[in-house]
Design a protein around this ligand. Structure first.
Ligand code: NAD
Length: 451
């Protein structure tokens, strides 16, 4: 591991990764490899999480293929040295921004979207001209092995290398002096990564989790809201960082919403063998089943430990004191809370850690303004769930406890680049105004100019 890291550092210093041609070639290699091995990845994703063939293409393989194509289309323009305005008092100067790669970077991924969440940052890292060590999650073990096999065969290890293993491996990686660490995972492990990075003053991007609220007010189109909430909550059996964690619904529309949620779940997941995911491992299965309070179940609640299946489950009459509200759920359990006064909801949410996402269902513009101006969260949607993640023009990331830094599209390129900023000054004129010894006249002039 250390040897490969050093080889990558040495290779980076040759400047070979900096040209457009090199970056383009590596991105095309990644694209070809993903397309050629789609079947292998599909098989692995089904074994790890029982993803449906639609889900695994839309959220794992297709989405990163589209992202590589988008990056290839725009990379040349992103790489251009950019001229920016210069203040008048710097007469004779021109100002520029040049994006340069950071060096050798580490990408650590979680288990829930085990391809997308390592390949998407990898696209940015390669596009920006870095060399990369990739550490997929050991929990999605079939996908981890598939990524290792395919990528390590296709890429020169001085450019990209996949390292597999658990906590010990990650901790060894974290002791190396990378130029950037891009981590996606839990807030708890994010803190460990941040601490390790601080030792060498390594910049980090932390894509973490949290409890993302969904608010449904009395003006919302309930039939549409129900479909979009069920879609965002139960995709990948709830193991989605931006899934609606819990529901806050206005008392006036609560019964109607619950009725439609149940109807929608029945319609979407009738064939749960092929359409619905499984929990990644026994530890998470045990953790989740403990959160299902029988007295609060109004739909679902059943599970099967052999296949790690947990039915889409709705819990009613939940309060902030319940166990299910103490931590991010990250599974197919949807607690429902009721409100009469939106201001009270806003006041409550202001006291909580800033979530990764927030969803608001309403037809009332002033409610949108109120919620979106009052509350802080990574990103979100009005009258939808999770889809903001699929627009490469929107920087994606958390705030506060849900993370720091953003990626996707040009934001990924910038995350893995340093914006080297400089001025170029003409030598034709060299007025004395800025040089000592300073006279009263000079000071007067500077006061005028800097007003
Ligand atoms: P996790 O934090 O348990 O693991 C993530 C990675 O960290 C894995 O590769 C693992 O090997 C490594 N790791 C685990 N313990 C470690 C330790 N003690 N020291 C060093 N490395 C360690 O996360 P997970 O369970 O795989 O994923 C679920 C979490 O990730 C949820 O909280 C979810 O919200 C979050 N998540 C966030 C995003 C996002 O984009 N913000 C996306 C997906 C998941």
């Amino acid at each position: 591991m250390e040897k490969i890291f050093q080889q990558q550092q040495r290779f980076f210093l040759t400047d070979k990764t900096k040209s457009y041609a090199f970056r383009e070639r590596e991105l095309k290699r990644l694209l070809d490899v993903l397309i050629a091995n789609e079947a292998l990845f599909q098989e692995a994703l089904v074994k790890d999480l029982n993803k449906s063939s639609f889900e695994l293409y839309a959220t794992e393989i297709g989405i990163v293929i589209a992202s590589i194509r988008n990056t290839l289309k725009k990379l040349k323009s992103w790489m251009k040295v950019r001229k920016v305005k210069t203040p008048l008092y710097q007469f004779g100067s021109k100002s520029y921004i040049q994006y340069e790669p950071l060096g050798t970077v580490l990408i650590i991924g979680p288990y829930n979207y085990p391809i997308q969440l390592v390949i998407e940052p990898l696209i940015g890292a390669l596009a920006a001209g870095n060399t990369v060590i990739l550490k997929p999650s050991e929990f999605a073990s079939h996908t981890e092995k598939a990524l290792e096999k395919v990528l390590n065969k296709a890429f020169d290890s001085r450019v990209l290398h996949v390292v597999t293993g658990g906590v010990e491996t990650t901790q060894k990686l974290l002791s190396l002096k990378f130029d950037h660490i891009f981590f996606t995972g839990s807030t708890r492990v994010g803190q460990i990564v941040y601490e390790a990075a601080a030792k060498h003053l390594i910049p980090v991007t932390l894509e973490l989790g949290g409890k993302s609220p969904t608010i449904v007010d009395e003006t919302a189109k309930i039939s549409v809201a129900a479909k979009r909430i069920v879609f965002g909550k139960f995709i990948n059996a709830g193991q989605t960082c931006i899934a609606p964690d819990y529901l806050y619904v206005h008392a006036a529309v609560k019964d109607q919403l619950i009725e439609m949620l149940i109807e929608t779940i029945d319609e979407f997941y009738n064939d749960h063998e092929t359409q619905y995911g499984r929990i990644i491992n026994d530890k998470h299965y045990q953790r989740l089943t403990k959160l299902i309070l029988k007295d609060n179940v109004i739909y679902g609640g059943n599970s099967d430990s052999k296949t790690r299946y947990i039915e889409p489950t709705l819990l009613d009459n939940i309060t902030w004191e319940d166990a299910v509200m103490q931590e991010e759920i990250f599974g197919p359990i949807l607690p429902i809370m009721t409100f009469n006064n939106l201001e009270e909801v806003i006041t409550t949410l202001k006291q909580k850690e800033k979530p990764l996402a927030l969803y608001l269902f309403t037809e009332n513009k002033s409610v949108v303004n109120n919620v979106f101006n009052s509350l802080s969260f990574g990103g979100g949607a009005i009258n939808d769930t999770i889809m903001h993640v699929a627009n490469p023009n929107l920087p994606f990331g958390g705030v506060g406890h849900s993370g720091m830094g953003v990626y996707h599209g040009v934001a990924s390129f910038k995350t893995f680049s340093h914006a080297k900023s400089y001025i170029k000054k003409s030598t034709k004129i060299d007025p004395k105004i800025a040089y000592p010894p300073y006279t009263e006249k000079q000071e007067k002039l500077v006061r005028k100019v800097l007003k």
